[in-house]
Design a protein around this ligand. Structure first.
Ligand SMILES: C[S@@+](CC[C@H](N)C(=O)[O-])C[C@H]1O[C@@H](n2cnc3c(N)ncnc32)[C@H](O)[C@@H]1O
Length: 204
């Protein structure tokens, strides 16, 4: 699987936010919801080869990680409000309280108590990249894997020094010369990998 881990620096891990004032009431959950669309939805379906982790860092239940699997998730729609409703229901679940690791809350959707380290542990053994404006150009990476690969990115505040310290083993990767929004960064990485796998199929 391809995986993306998005670190929400101040995003709530609880269900106490307003659908009518999402950015201010949720610590910018809207950014992470757009990453759900970019990571898991194509024009007419789901990316069954992709996993998304949202690291939620604020509120009484934090830190907490929401994991969504493209191969088994249901009821994912592209609009932000529908996604907010799904995530609010999930965060209202107590299924992960006092549990180790990820606990299924709905088909394809699981919760875990823990932060970035918990998401990284779930992806151990995969090639790890940190999306960073100052990293190596993605287009110069001839050996970028299509599967068993994990990309970590920040929200509007970028990755904190603490998150960067946890990512010491990750290779910094630049996706282009301009800093873009997190969901656009996810879409660009997908596009790079999609192009490469299409080329590989053509050459077979
Ligand atoms: C809106 S950007 C964050 C901008 C923030 N001011 C910063 O200094 O990091 C969100 C995330 O997308 C990723 N990103 C955005 N543009 C990128 C680029 N050109 N190359 C690599 N990663 C990028 C980074 O992981 C970044 O943390």
């Amino acid at each position: 699987m391809r995986a993306f881990i998005v670190v929400g620096s101040r995003t709530t891990a609880d269900d106490q936010f307003s659908l009518d004032n999402l950015p201010a009431s949720s610590g910018r959950l809207d950014i992470l919801l757009r990453c759900i669309r970019a990571a898991l939805l194509t024009s007419h379906g789901l990316r069954t080869n992709t996993l998304l982790y949202l690291v939620l860092s604020a509120g009484p239940s934090a830190p907490r990680v929401l994991r969504i699997r493209g191969d088994t998730a249901v009821f994912l729609r592209p609009d932000e409000r529908s996604l907010a409703v799904v995530v609010r229901k999930l965060l209202g679940s107590d299924c992960d309280r006092d549990c180790e690791g990820f606990v299924d809350a709905k088909p394809g959707m699981a919760l875990a108590r823990g932060g970035l380290a918990t998401a990284l542990a779930d992806r151990s053994g995969t090639r790890l990249y940190m999306l960073d404006e100052h990293g190596s150009d993605i287009r110069a990476q001839s050996d970028l894997p299509n599967i068993d690969v994990t990309f970590v990115l920040g929200d509007h505040r970028g990755l904190s020094p603490e998150a960067r310290a946890e990512l010491a083993a990750a290779s910094p990767l630049q996706i282009g010369p301009v800093a873009v929004h997190a969901d656009d960064a996810v879409a660009i990485v997908h596009n790079e990998l999609d192009r490469r796998s299409a080329e590989n199929h053509e050459n077979m």
